[in-house]
Write a protein that binds this ligand. Structure first.
Ligand SMILES: [Zn+2]
Ligand SMILES: [Zn+2]
Length: 412
């Protein structure tokens, strides 16, 4: 199918999936609670002839379609979970569940992959195995890792995995690719400083954790400015600092909550090492004790070169150079697709959700995680067409590699 005809076909098909997207949007579900969404996904895939496995890593769903004798195996991943945010978008299809909202567009990601799934089942020209992965709990729950712990890639081996996320502020439908580190690792630390409480009028009898905490906050600023290579990116944010309740009492403890991000595995390790060392040394200098509870979150998301080059070629073939950013900037946000990319080569790309016209009301261009955000339904046709073309090209790879794209009309 010629690319223009594919776009036209997905445009026609997308009307039904705008309905699906808005239905999912009305019924958002938090991490690992995506029962209704998973049932909807599984039901549709089964109706179109996919072999469907449910309950992988909690509420995860995988739909598999095998065609021909080809040995290649492709994984395409969408996420299904919503966020604990009260929706203020004002749209007709707004959340019907108070305090829960699809504020990251995972409703749209699910709908795009479903539209592609239907088209590939009805008209897809491919030779090999297509694995459609619908994962739970991307928003901090590590649903990708849970699915992998549940044997995702042993049960559904893949030679390449790809995922797509919408991005407000980028022109609607523009695809943004990036080879290498594309999203940051995200780690968390709780530092508890324990001293000796006492009367606020007699500090000489106490070991004050508040002064130690204040000094530690400032000392932590030197990790990025003095320890990390200035050409590398890193973030150390002290997002919470809690100590004491009265002006005349020196408390016994103070706690700091940190968010720590990096775009490189070695920088990530350095941050952990330096933060722990600084906490211990600072505490010692104030006569208090530091305990650091370090929790590793999502890994650095690294797009592999060959698969990113391939994903970029597909984007250029579909949309042309005007609507493709071949090497976008890295982001300091995090994404648990990073874990899948540690196991299987692949690439994660962005699809523009439209410009943020007005930062107060957003005008449809709110940033993800904003209560006024909404997924741009115009992306369902483009995003699903991209998945269809990528699947057809990936699962014809032996014939097309190094050769011009498959003669489009001959596929009809
Ligand atoms: Zn999100
Ligand atoms: Zn998201």
């Amino acid at each position: 199918m010629a690319v223009s005809r594919l776009l036209g076909a997905m445009q026609e098909r997308s009307a039904a999936f705008v309905g699906v997207r808005r239905d999912i949007h009305r019924h958002p579900e938090l991490a690992f609670d995506e029962h209704r969404t998973a049932a909807l996904v599984a039901g549709q895939l089964a109706r179109w002839g996919y072999t469907v496995e449910r309950g992988i890593g909690g509420t995860g769903v995988v739909g598999t379609l095998v065609r021909g004798q080809g040995a290649r195996r492709l994984g395409l991943r969408a996420d299904m979970d919503a966020l604990p945010i009260t929706e203020a978008s004002g749209v007709e299809w707004a959340s019907q569940r108070p305090g829960v909202m699809h504020a990251c567009g995972h409703d749209g990601h699910t709908a795009m992959l479903l539209a592609a799934a239907q088209h590939l089942a009805e008209q897809g020209r491919f030779d090999g195995t297509l694995n459609l992965i619908f994962q739970p709990a991307e928003e901090g729950g590590g649903g990708a890792l849970r699915m992998m712990d549940d044997g995702l890639f042993e049960r559904f081996p893949c030679d390449g995995v790809f995922a797509m996320h919408n991005m407000p502020g980028v022109a609607q439908g523009t695809l943004v690719l990036r080879e290498g580190a594309a999203m940051a690792s995200s780690d968390y630390a709780t530092i508890t400083l324990t001293g000796t409480g006492g009367h606020g009028a007699m500090p000489q009898h106490a070991a004050d954790p508040v002064v130690a905490a204040a000094s530690l906050v400032m000392a932590l600023q030197t990790v990025v400015s003095r320890n990390v290579d200035p050409l590398q990116a890193a973030v150390v944010t002290v997002g919470a600092l809690n100590a004491g309740r009265a002006n005349n009492v020196i408390p016994a403890t103070a706690t700091l909550e940190l968010s720590v991000r990096a775009l490189d595995r070695e920088v990530r390790a350095l941050l952990e090492h330096r933060i722990k060392a600084l906490a211990a040394a600072q505490a010692e200098s104030f006569g208090v004790h530091a305990q650091v509870d370090w929790r590793r979150g999502y890994a650095v998301l690294v797009n592999t070169p060959d698969e990113t080059a391939f994903a970029r070629e597909v984007a250029l073939e579909l949309l042309g150079a005007d609507r493709v950013v071949p090497q976008g900037p890295p982001l300091t946000g995090s994404e648990d697709f990073a874990f899948m990319l540690e196991r299987v080569p692949g690439s994660y790309l962005l699809i523009g959700n439209g410009d943020a016209a007005d930062s107060r009301t957003c005008g449809g261009g709110c940033m993800v995680h904003h209560p006024g955000y909404d997924f741009n339904d115009a992306n369902i046709a483009i995003g699903s067409a991209y998945w269809v073309l990528l699947a057809e090209r990936f699962l014809h790879a032996e014939e097309t590699r190094g050769a011009p794209p498959v003669a489009a009309e001959s596929l009809q």
